[in-house]
Design a protein around this ligand. Sequence first.
Ligand SMILES: *[C@@H]1O[C@H](CO)[C@@H](O)[C@H](O)[C@H]1NC(C)=O
Length: 197
Amino acid sequence: MACLQSLTKSFSGWVIFCCCCYLPLLLTSPLPPKGPGLASTAHHTCRLRKINFQQPYIRNRTYTLAKMVQVSDHDTDNRLIGQQLYVNVRENNRCYLMKRIAELVVKDVLLTTAKDRYPYVEEVAQFLASLTLEMSRCKFSGHREHIEKNLEEMKNKMKQLGENGKIKAIGELDLLFDYMENACTDAPKKGGKKKKN
Ligand SMILES: *[C@@H]1O[C@H](CO)[C@@H](O)[C@H](O)[C@H]1NC(C)=O
């Protein structure tokens, strides 16, 4: 009898314990983030909002840095950012490709460039990094061989040019900015063809 009593006691003790400890825990646990921004980008992980590219401050910084560096780049034969990147790459993979290039430019060029050599390098690196972060779930669809081939060609060209390759990449930041905007933001498209996955 005493045993049963202590059993019910301990049971009710557990009930009280559960109510006291878990209920507040449940109530205060953060809800899964589901802001309007996230909801709208969830379907298009290879998409950026136009507003990212319409901020005069960072646009100016990016262009100013590029223009400044362009004067010391006398090689006009080579281009890193250009239409050659898109050869055999389907339109719906172009944003993914530009994301990869932005990651590359941040990691291999901007973060390894002496910050005191050019102004705004850090700000522009942060801006580009934030864009790639926003597209962290952006993946290619279909075949990746042409994407990788074109990326590899760009990397090789930059490597061959050595330090000048880095300077060229900084001088083309304005192009990178424009290419990313064109590839990754929604433009009203004719036909409205849906991306299939
Ligand atoms: C950036 O802004 C400055 C001052 O507002 C202006 O003089 C300059 O022309 C701008 N540069 C570019 C590339 O837009």
